[in-house]
Unconditional design. Structure first.
Lengths: 223, 76
């Protein structure tokens, strides 16, 4: 099974994302932001980093890249997409996920291992988990504060679209401890913490992140 | 053509608050709030199409989820 990883100018975690996909048993496919060819992938990961140096707003320019037009069209037709950190910012800027990510409330870049509660274990990217499960994966961002108007946040919570919440401390001042959200159909998921950095004992705080990639493998094979 | 972009009032602005804190430390106690934004200057060839500029401001220069935008047409 082919899972694409898009590299933008300034992406950092595309190699780790590809490695996580391989460890889960799928074939990572390198995609370039300026192309218009998704190369027959069945799902896409938008990796972390600082695309375009976070100029204008984090993720804003990458969200308008040529390849993103293809991603948006395919995602609206049901293709699964995972946005991690900068990739989450890109998905919000592209309008595939609600809300926005802004400067951390304390103004510091925060890099640490983070406990998350999985609130939605029925998305294409989270079926390996159970609802309410606690996982530990790294978080590292300067503009990770999830915001929206109170009405929008109420609606999001009412629709059950908060996929992950920070537990044991909110690293960036995100509204209502929101760490990640999902599209209505559970196929587009974005989060600020980094599951691709927690897939091997040697390099991560846990292997809790691997479940994202085994989940998508199962979702596509079952489809 | 000038476009000013600021965070909506309901979105907290920690950078503006940091500036406010610095002003307080410098003795400027009369300043009660600082909101930091972005200021874009666009040069347009020929007669500006206001609708197009509005669209540019609302779809790229500002994120309407978190920011308000103000257009000022200038001629010189």
């Amino acid at each position: 099974m082919r899972i694409g990883v898009i590299t933008f100018p300034g992406s950092l975690d595309d190699v780790d994302a590809a490695r996580a996909i391989r460890l889960a048993g799928a074939d990572p496919v390198a995609l370039w932001h300026a192309d218009h060819d998704l190369r027959d992938v069945e799902a896409v990961v938008l990796p972390g980093g600082f695309s375009y140096g976070d100029y204008l707003r984090a993720g804003a320019i990458a969200a308008r890249a040529p390849m993103m037009r293809d991603v948006i069209d395919r995602a609206r037709a049901g293709m699964p997409v995972l946005g991690i950190c900068n990739g989450f910012q890109v998905l919000c800027e592209a309008g595939l996920l609600p809300g926005a990510l802004t400067r951390n409330s304390h103004l510091h870049f925060r890099n640490r291992d983070q406990v998350l509660a999985v609130e939605r274990a029925d998305t294409a990217w989270t079926s390996a988990y159970s609802t309410g499960q606690r996982i530990v994966i790294p978080v590292k961002n300067g503009e990770g504060r999830y915001v929206g108007s109170p009405d929008d946040l109420d609606r999001l919570e009412g629709e059950g679209r908060v996929a992950f919440r920070y537990v044991d401390g909110n690293p960036n001042g995100s509204s209502r401890d929101i760490a990640g959200v999902t599209s209505e159909d559970g196929r587009v998921v974005g989060l600020m913490p980094h599951p691709e950095h927690a897939v091997e004992d040697l390099t991560g705080p846990s292997t809790d992140g691997l479940g994202f990639f085994t989940s998508i493998l199962k979702a596509v094979v079952d489809a | 053509m000038v476009v000013d972009v600021v965070l909506k009032p309901e979105i907290s602005d920690p950078q503006g608050q940091a500036v406010l804190g610095a002003l307080g430390r410098l003795g400027h106690d009369g300043i009660t709030s600082v909101r930091q934004g972005k200021h874009f200057v666009l040069e347009v060839d020929g007669t500006p199409d206001e609708a197009e500029l509005q669209q540019i401001a609302e779809t790229l220069l500002a994120n309407p989820v978190i920011e308000d935008v103000e257009l000022h047409l200038t001629t010189d």
